[in-house]
Design a binder for this molecule. Sequence first.
Ligand code: KG4
Ligand code: ZN
Length: 337
Amino acid sequence: MRILGIETSCDETGIAVYDDEQGLLSHELYSQVKLHADYGGVVPELASRDHVRKIIPLIEKALVDAKTTAEQIDGVAFTQGPGLVGALLVGSSVGRSLAYAWNVPAVGVHHMEGHLLAPMLESTAPEFPFVALLVSGGHSMLVKVDAIGEYGVLGESIDDAAGEAFDKTAKLLGLDYPGGPLLAKLAEKGEPGHYKFPRPMTDRPGLDFSFSGLKTFAANTIRDADGSEQTKANIAYAFQEAVVDTLIIKCKRALKQTGMKRLVIAGGVSANTQLRSQMQALMKELKGEVFYPSLAYCTDNGAMIAYAGMQRLKAGQTVELSAQAKPRWPLDSLSGL
Ligand code: KG4
Ligand code: ZN
């Protein structure tokens, strides 16, 4: 079976063709980063309009690259939520229209399920059950994953998501949007030991996160500092160290609580090199395994939507053509296969 996957929940138009026997056949991505950079964040209306401009040419290219004709497509998966409503509406309208035109089922995919299953695209995919740390620009959560669709949220951010904290702190350091990767790059030049950021909510039990205090701490630190490039790099280093440390502490706790030995990290922040290497060290210490998507599939993309859509399609979990976009959609409300 072959499926077309469409992702338009935020500021990336991602399109992919996935075959359940041959794997990923093509994958196209258009990032709107430059469009939003002047505003220091995503402008929803601009995002929707740009998805409209890019989606059809990208779909055409994905089909050509996959050497696939419309007749060979067995279903169309689109991100149904959560995300920006206007952006979601573009993918959902085009996805359902193509399903109607091609007379195949439409599949509504949960964006975070897409992230969560992205490591399954790799040659060494994790087996169920596992604990997943989902860290993106919009969400941070720890999830107990027993099987596809069987998700128990163990903890989540009570304020900013991890990626959001990276982006806001990067902005305070004078970096462009989205600042996460730029802050990580700046931190490489930083020296340890100059600043000590707090590790929020690690001094009490529980698996929830809070990152907004780190941003305030960063703002105060930057205000009192000398503004030199080295100082900024030292602050970036200390900030990243605090976020990574906090995530490590919470993952360790989640693994202990569930008795699991397999950890998956996914979402945009899982591209962070420090986070990856420290998680690897943690799992070595715990004699477990860590899995993450390759860099191209950490941030938003169509491949993860095509993959998750395929699993739902094979289980007959399709949607009506009248299906509505779901800007808010709790992950633990999904059903199993
Ligand atoms: O998953 P994603 O593409 O979009 C959402 O679903 O939100 O995640 C984007 C987020 C942004 O906040 C971005 O700054 C962050 O992931 N990010 C990073 C890195 N690469 C992307 N944060 C820290 N280090 C990175 N290397
Ligand atoms: Zn995402």
